[in-house]
Design a protein around this ligand. Structure first.
Ligand SMILES: *[C@@H]1O[C@H](CO)[C@@H](O)[C@H](O)[C@H]1NC(C)=O
Ligand SMILES: *[C@@H]1O[C@H](CO)[C@@H](O)[C@H](O)[C@H]1NC(C)=O
Ligand SMILES: *[C@@H]1O[C@H](CO)[C@@H](O)[C@H](O)[C@H]1NC(C)=O
Length: 348
């Protein structure tokens, strides 16, 4: 086989050069020079209008600077992440009334300026975790009238800090975890009406939280609550779902038990001390009387010995009379004499 000769080599490189010139010339101002996709109308305000054109695919060759893209009322089945993410200046995207079945995590990966997104009237089935994550500027999201949409990930909107209006009416939702919605600082309008809500302990939070001025947000199941407004069954669910004792209830009972126990212990201890002091006081009184007696009789025995006289015990103490006397009074005399070595009293 022959290697390519001179002219054959030149032609591809010329083509590359032309391509290079084309890209350099076009890319910076595509809205002005790249024209407009088939069946769409583009204006100098960077609005591209392709509504109701029976498109089955996302339009090709969109101006890269497009601000506003309207592709509603077509039959588009897929939003291609690659083409969409070239449009990094996109602020407004209306994809309503198409045949979109799924939105992937990367679909909106680069649309950081997007403020308005309409995905209504499609056939989406579920919304996953990171789908809307990159849309840091999203203010309004319309996600209504997707009759098969039955699952929205709890964290689907958790990063959309600018989100003010979220409409999820007329879908097929039975449950919705509102933990991340509650945390959205700017959210002021939430549409949940006309979904087949299941009003049980899983949706209790939703039922308690939702304000439903339209009265269209009603329970679909269980049968006994069917047709009742979600906002009205919230309190009933709270009562029904928390009949058992909760964690804090148990903690409360333990704390109360502890307080009663300590109060009992302390008062018993105080009583004991008072009784001991009283005993000691009485004993000292009688000793004073005794010693008076003995002084009168001219006795010479030590205090220790005298202490043990009464129960016929002999007291031998290394710690002096005061300490021995105290133990002697607190404990009964027998145990001082048998168990407490510091003040060992021995039978004579
Ligand atoms: C959806 O688009 C079709 C045309 O493609 C139109 O006939 C129909 O009325 C639209 N539906 C809604 C709800 O806008
Ligand atoms: C809605 O969801 C239920 C199950 O939750 C399912 O049986 C029904 O077919 C769904 N409706 C549509 C239109 O997909
Ligand atoms: C709701 O979602 C959050 C975050 O994913 C999770 O921690 C929490 O347990 C969920 N709540 C319910 C009731 O499923």
């Amino acid at each position: 086989e022959k290697l390519a000769t001179g002219p054959h080599e030149i032609r591809p490189s010329l083509r590359l050069l032309f391509l290079f010139i084309f890209v350099m010339g076009v890319a910076p101002s595509p809205a002005l020079t790249a024209g407009c996709p088939d069946r769409c109308v583009c204006d100098d305000q960077l609005v591209v209008q392709c509504a109701g054109q029976d498109l089955t695919q996302f339009p090709n060759d969109l101006p890269l600077a497009t601000r506003q893209l309207i592709i509603s009322n077509n039959r588009i089945e897929d939003l291609p992440a690659l083409q969409l993410n070239y449009l990094s200046d996109l602020v407004y995207l209306d994809c309503s009334n198409n045949s979109l079945t799924e939105i992937s995590e990367s679909t909106f990966g680069n649309l950081r300026k997007l403020a308005y997104l309409d995905l209504s009237f499609n056939i989406l089935v579920q919304i996953e975790d990171r789908t809307f994550g990159p849309l840091a500027s999203l203010v309004m999201l319309r996600l209504t009238d997707n009759p098969s949409l039955r699952e929205i990930h709890p964290d689907a909107f958790s990063e959309n800090m600018a989100l003010q209006v979220l409409d999820m009416s007329r879908n097929n939702l039975t449950v919705l975890n509102i933990s991340s919605l509650i945390a959205l600082p700017a959210l002021r309008s939430l549409g949940l009406s006309s979904n087949p809500w299941r009003c049980d302990c899983d949706t209790e939070d939703l039922c308690l939280w939702v304000l439903d001025p339209s009265g269209q947000t009603v329970c679909h199941s269980p049968p006994e609550l069917a047709g009742q407004r979600v906002a009205e069954v919230g309190m009933q669910l709270r009562i029904d779902c928390h009949q058992g004792l909760g964690y804090w209830d148990y903690l409360f009972f333990i704390a109360i038990g502890f307080v009663i126990f300590s109060a009992g212990t302390v008062s018993a201890w105080v009583m004991g001390v008072l009784m001991v002091l009283y005993e000691r006081y009485r004993k000292r009184k009688s000793e004073e009387l005794d010693s008076d007696d003995e002084d009168e009789r001219g006795g010479t025995r030590s205090d220790d010995q005298r202490l043990c006289d009464e129960p016929r015990l002999h007291c031998r103490s290394d710690y002096g009379f005061q300490y021995c006397n105290m133990l002697f009074n607190i404990l009964d005399k027998q145990s001082v004499c048998t168990r407490v070595s510091v003040c060992a009293c021995e039978r004579e």
